[in-house]
Design a protein around this ligand. Structure first.
Ligand code: SAM
Length: 308
């Protein structure tokens, strides 16, 4: 696969020694993956169904309910079991943020940018359908898909809201845990998403980064003392990842970046310098996943604690 020179130049700088491996992996689509919906089925049951269809489930190391399905995995989206919500098809990298968020059945959780609902439904399963989730999504059409998926997966502990999260809602610091799976320039998906590649331009990265800074600011403002914010994107640009976290740290002395304990066996750490801008050293606690590490899309995740 050939990348436009501006993009190739940026990626070569970001990935350094790993760039050649990254470029070689770009031509292959991400490995299909499913997450067993424990609100409706057990791993054993879904393994049995997969076996009947001649599929072997290969465990994803960072999620006990996640499995790669390498052979003929694509047909699963049309199956009755999928329609019944026994599993959710998603990229294995997307399993990381809910696992790191690690909500309990008592948590109050905001999923700030929730549609189509892969991570909300995962969070709900981890909470065993208890506690409370606010699943927010600004786009009306995508909200319909979100509602459908919540219903299909049997989620009963989530309310859907349609707030523009770039403006902080006036509700106080009511959440123990917030997930911001931010809208981004989707660079991590350009290997198999022609639209992401066609839409890419430097100005888009800058626009996304300005929006992400506003979104994270709102989300941080809603956290109770001691609350946890997980920030994730499927993009590689430091402006949309470490740059956003660094800006938050500069504004808030009570924000800290924490080590992530659930880490894919192979990964890269966050960058501390990008084109003359120096970021906080704590960025090395963030995780970057590239397609050549585990056959996922490119991904970034950070774990931020609100200390007070
Ligand atoms: C990366 S997608 C979220 C994917 C979702 N978390 C999942 O796992 O299925 C980002 C979402 O943010 C939404 N979004 C964009 N701007 C927003 C805003 N200002 N407030 C709330 N949501 C926004 C987009 O419409 C999009 O659905």
């Amino acid at each position: 696969m050939t990348l436009p020179p501006t993009l190739a130049g940026r990626f070569a700088e970001i990935l350094g020694d790993e760039y050649v491996e990254y470029k070689d992996a770009l031509g292959s689509p991400p490995r299909p993956c499913l997450r067993v919906n424990t609100l409706k089925a057990t791993v054993k049951e879904v393994r049995g169904l997969a076996g009947e269809a001649g599929l072997v489930l290969d465990p994803v190391p960072w999620c006990p309910t996640g499995f790669w399905i390498d052979e003929c995995g694509h047909g699963l989206g049309d199956s009755v079991a999928h329609f019944q919500g026994l599993f959710y098809l998603e990229d294995a990298a997307s399993l990381l943020p809910p696992e790191i968020l690690n909500p309990s059945p008592e948590s109050s959780v905001l999923d700030a940018a929730a549609a189509p609902g892969g991570k909300t439904t995962h969070i709900s399963a981890l909470m065993e359908n208890s506690g409370a989730i606010v699943a927010n999504e600004v786009d009306a059409h995508r909200t319909r898909v979100l509602r459908f998926n919540l219903s299909r997966m049997g989620v009963l502990n989530a309310a859907v809201t349609t707030h523009d999260m770039s403006v902080r809602p006036d509700v106080g610091r009511i959440f123990d845990k917030v997930l911001l799976d931010a809208p981004c320039s989707c660079e991590g998906r350009i290997g198999d998403d022609a639209e992401a590649l066609a839409l890419w331009k430097p100005s888009r990265v800058q626009r996304c980064s300005r929006l992400q800074e506003r979104l994270i600011e709102s989300c941080f403002g809603l956290l109770a003392p001691g609350g946890l914010l997980i920030y994730s994107t499927c993009t590689l640009s430091p402006e949309e990842n470490e740059g956003v976290i660094d800006a938050l740290l500069r504004k808030h002395g009570d924000a800290d970046v924490e080590e992530i304990s659930i880490i894919p066996p192979r990964h890269a750490v966050g960058v501390t310098e990008w084109r003359g801008t120096r970021y906080d050293d704590r960025m090395t606690r963030c995780v970057r996943l590239y397609p050549h590490h585990h056959g996922t899309q490119g991904f970034f995740v950070a774990r931020i604690l609100r200390c007070r």
